[in-house]
Structures are given as C-alpha cells and as structure tokens.
Design a protein around this ligand. Structure first.
Ligand code: CUA
Length: 314
C-alpha cells in the first residue's frame, strides 16, 4: 500500500510519480469541469425557468466569441494533456540502451521469466533496485498483458511479436504482478510477485549457478543442426551469424533489413520470408519445434557471437 496516498498502489519505479502526476492532473481537471457543468445546469435551470404562462424568452442568434471560447479553451486543455501523455508514453516504451535485459514469455496461464545469466522463474520476477531493466516479451498462445502496478507500466504480450518496456525500480520490496488482458478461464490466476532487491542481493541471486541463456542457446543451436550450415567463416550453406545482431542485412530482393530479435526469430520460423543475398532458400522451417523460450535462448546465442567478435567473450 502506498503510504503517501492510500488509494494508490506502491510507487516503485522512476515513472510512477510522473504517471501519478499526469493522472492526478487529469482527475482534477475532470472533477473541476464536471462540477462546473452540473452546477451551471442547476443554476441556469432555476434562474431561467418559465415563471408564468405568458413568459417568452428573447430569441438568441448565437455568439461567435462564445462559440470560439468554448471550442478553443477545451481544445487547448486537451492538447496539453495529449503532449504531456505522449512525452511520457515515448519515454516508457523507448528502452534505455544501457538497460539490463529480462525476457518474459506469457502462456495460458503463467508468466515464465528468463534472466540472461541463467535463472528462470515462473510467476516470480526478481529485479535489482536502481538499475534500468528492459523487458522483451512474447506470448506462446493468446494476447496477455504484463502489468506491475507499482511500476505503473504495462504492455501487451503478443503471440508472434516481441514487445518491450523498461523501468528503473526505485524501492526495494514485494509487489503484485498481473496479467491485465482477459486470456481465458484462468486469466485471474495468471498472477505473480515482483521482488525488487538490493543490487548485491540480486547479484547473488542471479549467479545461482544455472546455465546462461547464451549457453542454452548454443546447445539448441547444435541440437537443431544450425551449426552445420551456419559456419562462422561464411562458407556454409547458410550465412555466418558472427556479428549478425543489429547489423544491416542485404536480401535477395535487394532490400536491406536490420537483424534485430524479430528478424532472427522470423528467419528461424519462416526462413523463406527474408532470404539473404547470395544464399539459397534451403533452410527448413522450425515452426512448432522450438518454444518461444528456446527461440529467445538462440537469439541470445546469436547476440553473443557479436560480442565475441569484439574480443569480450561471455
Ligand atoms: Cu494472461 Cu490474462
């Protein structure tokens, strides 16, 4: 419970006070104008009521100044809220490039969370305080929505597409984690707990000795035979993946695309969608063979191939 404002949930991210301010301002304006309108209706109805059978009011033919005033003033007020809201929205959904990453898979009816260092958890989320965290999320089935009220941010988790948001947790503690999109009979049970930990506690927790996502991805990479074609020297039947992540890739069609997470995922599931220049569309599809969690692990491995190129091996 929020101590300063008992009606609100805890405030545990850098966005929370800002979002509360915007909400507060909107509520104050709404209450002010609602009261003004209802009072006016009452006062004017009484003041200009028909007082006798013969009572006939004067005809009014409109007033340009009045029309302009009650059009432009509300327009200006809503525009202020629009700009304020958009500014906040873009900051929430534009992750800090230095943010650490956490991967979320939504599934009827649970949240599966993977930390790059290794730990995996279900319906629990551990994050360190004071560090920006970027969430990359995808659904195995239907649309879910990842919502931590104390962070004041939520984003839909969609099948077939990665979505993101980021926060910097500001207060150590234990908070709710909800699914905020009706997703079937057990939707109300798709809940969990968010633990914001001291950084040193988190470091200890995260290095619990499990295999990293990169390592799991590497195992899948050889298990599915990817390594037989994607040779690191580029002489295989498929293009080399070293340094691929975030690079620009030229396709057979002449188009150039950025090799981000979505591109790598599509290339695994639907390899013919974007065939790399000078290569043949010989790769089979892995649709239905690899779970979304596995795909995230393979992507983590492909990302690490880029790091190795720079000499900093993980
Ligand atoms: Cu998942 Cu509601």
């Amino acid at each position: 419970m929020n101590k300063a404002m008992p009606l609100l949930p805890d405030s545990a991210s850098q966005f929370a006070p800002e979002i509360d301010r915007l909400m507060g301002a909107e509520i104050i304006f709404s209450v002010f104008f609602t009261t003004l309108i209802f009072l006016s209706i009452g006062v004017l109805a009484l003041k200009y009521r028909r007082k006798s059978e013969e009572d006939a009011p004067p005809h009014i033919h409109g007033s340009l100044i009045l029309e302009l005033a009650w059009t432009l003033i509300p327009f200006a007020i809503t525009l202020v809220f629009f700009v304020w809201g958009v500014h906040l929205y873009f900051r929430v959904y534009t992750p800090d490039p230095s943010a650490m990453e956490i991967f979320v898979t939504g599934k009827q009816w649970m949240w599966k969370i993977q930390h790059p260092e290794g730990p995996r958890e279900i319906n629990e989320l551990h994050v360190p305080v004071g560090r920006p965290v970027k969430f990359t999320m995808i659904s195995e089935d239907v649309i879910h929505s990842f919502f931590v009220p104390a962070f004041r941010v939520k984003n839909d988790v969609l099948p077939g597409r990665y979505t993101n948001f980021w926060v910097t947790p500001t207060q150590v503690g234990k908070y709710h984690l909800f699914c905020a999109e009706y997703c079937g009979t057990q939707h109300s049970g798709m809940i969990g707990t968010t633990y914001v930990m001291e950084q040193s506690d988190y470091e200890k927790w995260v290095s619990g000795g499990e295999e990293s996502m990169t390592l799991r991805g590497e195992q899948l990479f050889s298990q599915y035979g990817c390594a037989t074609c994607h040779l690191p020297d580029g002489k295989g039947r498929g293009p080399s993946l070293v340094g691929l992540f975030n690079s620009m890739v030229k396709l057979q069609t002449g188009a150039v695309v950025k090799a981000d997470e979505a591109y790598i995922r599509e290339s695994i599931l639907n390899p013919r969608a974007k065939v790399v220049e000078k290569f043949q569309p010989v790769m089979p599809t892995f649709q239905g063979l690899i779970s979304e969690e596995g795909l995230l692990q393979i992507i983590a491995y492909v990302k690490s191939l880029e790091k190795e190129e720079g000499g900093a091996q993980q």
